[in-house]
Design a binder for this molecule. Structure first.
Ligand code: UD1
Length: 431
């Protein structure tokens, strides 16, 4: 087990290079399963969710070659349609994309129900199942597994109007529909940058997907997908996390290798809080010298403020002048991190899907535990900004989605170290 020791109080200075987008990579790797040939995927982040999905593909017979740190070649030519077991699926939310990918390729899927971050409530997949059924699959949930299959061995295009804007359902149905017969029209879909990235990936392998990034996506099914090369977009949330860290700690950091347009919803909020943000080509220069001011934030599907940035922004708002209100309209109980912040002296009250934050002069270091991926990132930010020493446990959550997070913060002057601990120590710390 690993924990992070953080000595807070240093402003951050320098440049940080943003890795490939986690939420695009975790969909594109399963999508590679549908390709007849070699997919060369570049700008893949080195995170544990990626390793897990690659190992699931390997277990199904894919051949995987690591070309360099951020490039892999995946050959699924000889892949077989096997079961995705509970032990793999429970470790990563995105394992649900194996259903859409297997359905696309074999018109049949047998995948254990997904795990992933616990946001303090249920994470339904009814919209995914509704979409698969509309494409003609019979779907059942038995013994913790989703069994889906088309009776005649082919899925048929269909019109689907989603009841809820869902990233996962949009991508999953896009995968299944890409190799089905005829036209699929999906309405009320998610528009996140990684939705567009997955569509671009599929199109570069021979699919016919139009409209990704708008409310309506049209997919004309094709017979087969061919191999090719694709480079994943930069990670909007990783970039936003370093921006929030500069807001919390002060200093000046160039956030490099990003698509500034994807950052608009986050940039706008930071400007409101008194942070300076300048766009320079494919980077943003983020600077905070003066005090932080309060802000109200409501999370929304893209292009609104992302729920996946809510805990990191909350870390900065803990030290802003005045009272801030955060409303999470995507995940109604995503405030499990609040008790940990309170241990550091934060003043936060949670009321349903609202967090009311009364800014304090400073936070103080404490022993804290990451309870999910983005909450863990928020705890790093709070600890880097706090006076004194913090110990963060549960860091395996953070390493699911942040590449080299300790090294990247250290290069910016953050005093953070990763240390190995005995399992029994971790349990004691976790309580
Ligand atoms: C993805 C992201 C996650 C992010 C979330 C919202 C991945 C691997 N994870 O999760 O980090 O927080 O998008 O941006 O990309 N819903 C339903 N029925 C469904 C599906 C969703 O009611 O079938 C609801 C959910 O309860 C939630 C909302 O829709 O309130 C959005 O969920 P969704 O966009 O599907 O999130 P995920 O794809 O699970």
């Amino acid at each position: 087990m690993t924990k992070y020791i953080v000595e807070g109080g240093n402003p951050l200075f320098g440049e940080v290079h943003i890795s490939g987008a986690k939420n695009a990579a975790v969909a594109i790797i399963p999508a590679a399963l549908m390709v007849d040939g070699v997919c060369r995927i570049e700008n893949i982040p080195q995170i544990s969710d990626v390793s897990l999905l690659l190992s699931i593909l390997q277990d199904l017979g894919a051949s995987i070659r690591t070309v360099n740190r951020s490039t892999v070649e995946i050959d699924c030519t000889g892949i077989r349609n096997g079961q995705v077991p509970y032990d793999s699926a429970r470790r990563c939310r995105a394992s649900y994309y194996m259903i859409g990918a297997l359905l696309g390729r074999f018109a049949k899927a047998d995948v254990a129900l997904p795990g992933g971050c616990d946001f303090g409530g249920t994470r339904p997949i009814d919209q995914h199942l509704k979409g698969f059924k509309a494409l003609g699959a019979e779907v059942s949930v038995q013994g913790g597994f989703i069994n889906a299959g088309a009776a005649n061995g082919r899925l048929n295009g269909a019109s689907i109007f989603f009841d809820k804007v869902s990233v996962g359902a949009t991508i999953n149905i896009m995968l299944a529909a890409a190799l089905s017969d005829g036209l699929t029209v999906m309405e009320n879909v998610a528009k996140e940058p990684h939705i567009v990235d997955v569509a671009n990936f599929l199109n570069s392998m021979g699919a016919n997907v139009k409209g990704a990034g708008t409310d309506v996506i049209k997919i004309r099914g094709v017979e087969r997908l061919h191999g090719g090369t694709y480079s994943i977009i930069p990670d909007q949330i990783e970039a936003g996390t370093y921006m929030a860290a500069v807001a919390a700690c002060g200093g000046q950091v160039k956030i490099c290798n990003i698509i500034p347009k994807h950052m608009d919803c986050i940039t706008a909020k930071l400007l409101e809080m008194g942070v300076e943000v300048d766009e320079i080509d494919d980077s943003l220069l983020v600077r905070r010298i003066g005090p932080l001011t309060k802000a109200n934030v409501k999370t929304m599907p893209y292009p609104g403020f992302p729920t996946d940035m809510q805990p990191q922004l909350a870390a900065a708002l803990c030290m802003a002048h005045g009272t801030s209100i955060i409303t999470d309209s995507v995940w109604s109980s995503r405030f499990r991190y609040v008790d940990e912040f309170k241990r550091m002296g934060a003043q936060i009250q949670v009321n349903d899907n609202l967090a009311i934050i009364e800014g304090v002069e400073h936070l103080t270091g404490a022993q804290i535990q990451a309870c999910d991926l983005r909450a863990g990132a928020a705890m790093i930010i709070a600890a880097l900004a706090a006076y004194g020493t913090s110990e963060i446990t549960g860091v395996h959550y953070i390493e699911r989605g942040y590449e080299s997070v300790v090294e990247k913060f250290r290069r910016l002057g953050g005093n953070i170290t990763s240390v190995e601990i005995e399992d029994s120590d971790a349990i004691l710390t976790a309580g």
